[in-house]
Structure formats: structure tokens, C-alpha cells
Design a protein around this ligand. Structure first.
Ligand code: UDP
Length: 345
């Protein structure tokens, strides 16, 4: 049994990771400030004696230090994430992502603990060289556009992690997560797929921002968690950066149609200009396509879950949650598509 610390373990990806680690027989501690993480994400783990939860921030050294000291491996997932959230809390984004990660890396180096740092495909910025490959150049917009502060904050985390590795021998693995989705993800902070499914199930308009021609590649969280666990087990991953994602690509406009079809919803698909959806002058990434050759070569990673199945699973989990909470009229969008009249776009 190994002792694992997961920062941000009550978040969407973190909670799935904790589940998989516990299943494997590890002892898991979580530090999470519950800013975007939710206690409900880990409620089912709380009865497991090998699971420990501490509410707090990675900015709080007295909380963080004993947790890192006791761990054998640290998965550092805590961060401010989600485009909507980053625009809402620009100072926290930089402070938590940079200073918090500095704290984690500094302690991991002090106690010589293997540390996996969760970074993001956002670090490639608006580069037009596709697919994105680990050594590609990053291309950012001006500092007056706050969305790029997220990319820069995570790029600093990567620089810092690699610097601790080369200067102090910290065993570190960096993963650039592409769009990750699955059960328990909330659409509250901008994540498109749970938002579209919520909208379709409510019968609300499905909101496509911009032209809808921008594309993304969605990986199921179970594939992503497996990739992270494989990487920390492989000694040759240390000191390296890896893309983690699923190269199956879809435009956001097509995704809206797919969600509508698979939910059988009557929702209209409504286009909203970026300026209105986010803030004036918002710059989106047109494509975000991962090259996953590096991770495939090293640990044999290949995503197992295809987009159609990913969307179906999210719909099933959202419907179940709706039925459990009875928070919304569960009739919306629940009939098979063929039974509904005038399903207009
Ligand atoms: N998006 C959209 N409608 C929404 C939320 C997001 O059309 O209600 C778009 C967004 O503008 C982007 C894509 O979906 O082009 C993916 O957005 P998300 O925030 O999920 O991820 P990211 O932009 O970080 O890849």
C-alpha cells in the first residue's frame, strides 16, 4: 500500500483519480479548498478507512507540509480551472496556480517525493500548428486579455517543476490535460459538454459560442486517470512532459447536434457571440488537437472510450442525478427523439 496525496482531490478529475487509487489499494489523502471541488464528489469515498480529507488551500503551508511529508507520491491537481472561472477570479487564478504550485513543488523537493503536476493543453495557447506536440512553441495573446493568464500560470508551473527537477533532482512528471470530461463534471465553470447536456435535458437553448466551427477533442476521465497512474509508475517519465487526451475531434456546432440527438431534446441550438458569452475581445482557441504518440510510446496509453460513448455516459449520469435530486422537471428531453414533434434547431 502506498500513501498518495491528491491536491484538488475533491474536483472532478481528482475524485475519479482517488477512486481508482483506493481501488488499487493505496491510502489516499486529499487537500481541497472546495472552491470548485465539491464534497459530494468524494462523499462515497469518505467511509473508506484508507481515505482522508482535509479542507484547505495549497497556499496554506502549515496544512500542506505534513501532507506532503507523509506521502510517497503527490498528484498535484489543485488549480483554478475553467474559462468562466478564470475570467471571474483573475487574481486567484494567478496566485493559486503559481504560488500554490510553488508550495507543492518546494515541499516535494524538500522531502524528495515523486510529484505529478497537472498542466493543461491551454499552454500551447493559440498556436496553429496541429496536432499539438510536447516540444511545440507556445503562442499567447496580450496580457490585456485575461484568458491568457491561465496559460501563462500553468506554463510557469511547468518551468518551475522542470527547474526543480534539473536543479534539485525532484522526480517530477508533467501532464498536459486536453479537454477531459465524464460523470460528475459540472458545467458551472464553462465546461462545454456538461453544459450542453444540462441545457438539453432542461429543454433550454444549447448555447454554441462563436461560429461553432472551433473544435475540441474530449477524453473520458477514466482514460485520463489511467494515463496518470501509468505515468507515475514509469521511471522514464520523470523529468518529462506528456500530452494526455483523446485525438477524436469534433466541432462545437456538431457536438451541440450530437447532444441534442442523443438526449432526444427539443432544445434549440443558439449561437452566442464570444463577446457576449465571455467578455469583450475574448479570444478562443480554434483547435485543440493532442498528439499522444509520446505517452503511447512510453506506457502504451490508448484512449478506450469514444466520443459517442462519452456523451452517452454523461447523459446517463446527469439523468440519474436529476432523478435523485428531483431538482428539475425530469420529463424535459427524456422521450426518445422519434416520439417528439418539431425538434427544431
Ligand atoms: N462553449 C460553447 N458553449 C458553452 C460553453 C463553451 O460553445 O456553453 C465552447 C467554448 O467557447 C470553446 C469550447 O466550447 O470553444 C470548449 O469550451 P470549454 O470551456 O469546455 O473548454 P476549453 O475552451 O478550455 O477547451
Amino acid at each position: 500500500m502506498r500513501k498518495i496525496l491528491v491536491t484538488g482531490g475533491a474536483g472532478f478529475i481528482g475524485s475519479h483519480l482517488c477512486e481508482a487509487l483506493l481501488q488499487r489499494g493505496d491510502e489516499v489523502s486529499v487537500l481541497d479548498d472546495l472552491s470548485t471541488g465539491r464534497i459530494e464528489n468524494i462523499a462515497h469515498l469518505q467511509k473508506n478507512k484508507a481515505f482522508h480529507f482535509t479542507q484547505g488551500s495549497i497556499l496554506e503551508m502549515p496544512l500542506l507540509e505534513p501532507l506532503v511529508k507523509q506521502a510517497d507520491v503527490v498528484f498535484h491537481l489543485a488549480a483554478v480551472v475553467g474559462v468562466q472561472k478564470i475570467i471571474e477570479v483573475p487574481v486567484d487564478t494567478i496566485e493559486i496556480n503559481v504560488l500554490g504550485s510553488h508550495n507543492v513543488l518546494n515541499l516535494a523537493a524538500k522531502y524528495r517525493k515523486l510529484c505529478l503536476v497537472a498542466s493543461t493543453s491551454e499552454v500551447y495557447g493559440k498556436s496553429t500548428k496541429h496536432p499539438f506536440t510536447e516540444d511545440d512553441d507556445a503562442v499567447y495573446g496580450p496580457t490585456t486579455k485575461s484568458r491568457w493568464s491561465y496559460a501563462c500560470s500553468k506554463a510557469i508551473d511547468e518551468f518551475l517543476a522542470l527547474a526543480y527537477h534539473s536543479a534539485q533532482g525532484l522526480p517530477v512528471v508533467i501532464v498536459r490535460l486536453f479537454n477531459t470530461t465524464g460523470p460528475r463534471q459540472t458545467g458551472r465553470y464553462g465546461m462545454v459538454l456538461p453544459r450542453f447536456v444540462d441545457q438539453a435535458l432542461r429543454g433550454d437553448p444549447i448555447t454554441v459560442f462563436g461560429s461553432g466551427r472551433q473544435s475540441r477533442c474530449f477524453a473520458d476521465v477514466s482514460d485520463v486517470v489511467r494515463a496518470l497512474m501509468l505515468l507515475v509508475e514509469h521511471p522514464a517519465a520523470v523529468g518529462q512532459v506528456f500530452n494526455v487526451g483523446n485525438p477524436e475531434e469534433i466541432s462545437i456546432g456538431e457536438l451541440a447536434k450530437l447532444v441534442k440527438k442523443l438526449t432526444g431534446s427539443d432544445s434549440k441550438i443558439r449561437r452566442i457571440p464570444y463577446d457576449e458569452a465571455y467578455q469583450p475581445g475574448f479570444e478562443d482557441m480554434h483547435r485543440r488537437l493532442p498528439n499522444i504518440e509520446k505517452i503511447s510510446r512510453l506506457v502504451g496509453f490508448k484512449p478506450k472510450i469514444k466520443l459517442h460513448q462519452i456523451v452517452t455516459r454523461i447523459i446517463a449520469s446527469k439523468r440519474q442525478a436529476l432523478e435523485e435530486t428531483a431538482e428539475l422537471p425530469v420529463t424535459a428531453g427524456l422521450q426518445p427523439h422519434s416520439l417528439r414533434a418539431g425538434a427544431a434547431e
